[in-house]
Design a protein around this ligand. Structure first.
Ligand SMILES: Cc1cc2nc3c(=O)[nH]c(=O)nc-3n(C[C@H](O)[C@H](O)[C@H](O)COP(=O)(O)OP(=O)(O)OC[C@H]3O[C@@H](n4cnc5c(N)ncnc54)[C@H](O)[C@@H]3O)c2cc1C
Length: 237
């Protein structure tokens, strides 16, 4: 028998959430799944590149993802799930099948693309490939430079190529030793695009370290800092 909590969540969910169906799943290597989804509920939504959605995982709570594309006329959208382990969001991505129905909240503002011609430098990791794709599309690909820290550069490069996102990938090293090179690479990108805003996403601890290094070397233009996950914490929004 359904518990009182799950009945309550189901009722509230019908009022608050948009219901969608999985339309397409494409594995990009072992760790990434591109999920195409759709439904009438997406037609009425107002979405901009960088906005987030929260996916309702019954019994687990909400997990946050970034639509890469959103076609309100057709009522379809796409996102990329990074399968980082066996936690609820990663398991949801791993087990998802075409035809599955699920609920989401949003879209809501997270990172807003500046004007289409304004350049942008993006720092992130595997969880940021989706936002990179969305922002690059919004800027027609011309002025977004990306630097990603990743676990597996070969797999990440292949996924990025499939997504049509160009960027530098730097593999993680024990004790965050790779973040010195990551910071240097970001400084090079900022020097090449002096008017660029810096957007920092991904792991909270990396953002803090890299941002400290960058600030020690140069004044940073106002940008956006948004941690996507943090070691030991669950379900950041
Ligand atoms: C605004 C926003 C947009 C996001 N967009 C995307 C997106 O488009 N695609 C995407 O894949 N993710 C995205 N994320 C990140 C995603 O929400 C988190 O990785 C989330 O923790 C996944 O839920 P989970 O149930 O798998 O892990 P949780 O239950 O939340 O966490 C379990 C454990 O896993 C760790 N963990 C969480 N994420 C990672 C990771 N990437 N690598 C290693 N360990 C991790 C946590 O620290 C914790 O210890 C976004 C997050 C935010 C806030």
């Amino acid at each position: 028998m359904a518990s009182g909590k799950s009945v309550f969540e189901a009722v509230v969910g019908r009022l608050l959430f948009r219901e969608v169906t999985t339309l397409e799943i494409r594995d990009l290597g072992r760790s990434f799944r591109l999920v195409g989804f759709g439904g009438d509920a997406l037609r009425s939504a107002s979405w901009e590149a960088g906005d987030k959605i929260q996916i309702y995982l019954p019994g687990q709570g909400m997990r946050t993802y970034t639509p890469m594309t959103w076609d309100a006329d057709r009522g379809t959208a796409e996102l990329l799930v990074y399968i980082h382990g066996t936690s609820p969001g990663a398991e949801w991505g791993r087990r998802l099948r075409v035809g599955d129905r699920w609920q989401l909240f949003g879209p809501r503002r997270s990172i807003r693309s500046t004007g289409p011609a304004d350049p942008l430098v993006l720092f992130g990791d595997e969880t940021s490939f989706g936002v990179a794709r969305a922002l690059a599309d919004a800027k027609r690909g011309s002025s977004v430079r990306c630097v990603f820290e990743v676990n597996d550069a070969v797999e990440s490069k292949a996924a990025l190529a499939e997504l049509g996102v160009s960027g530098t990938t730097i593999e993680r090293r024990p004790a965050d030793a790779h973040l010195a090179a990551t910071s240097e690479r970001l400084l090079e990108e900022l020097d090449a695009l002096p008017s660029a805003a810096l957007v920092m996403t991904g792991r909270a601890q990396s953002i803090q370290l890299v941002r400290g290094r960058l600030k020690a070397k140069r004044a940073l233009r106002a940008g956006k800092v948004k941690a996507y996950w943090s070691v030991g914490k669950t379900g950041l929004d």
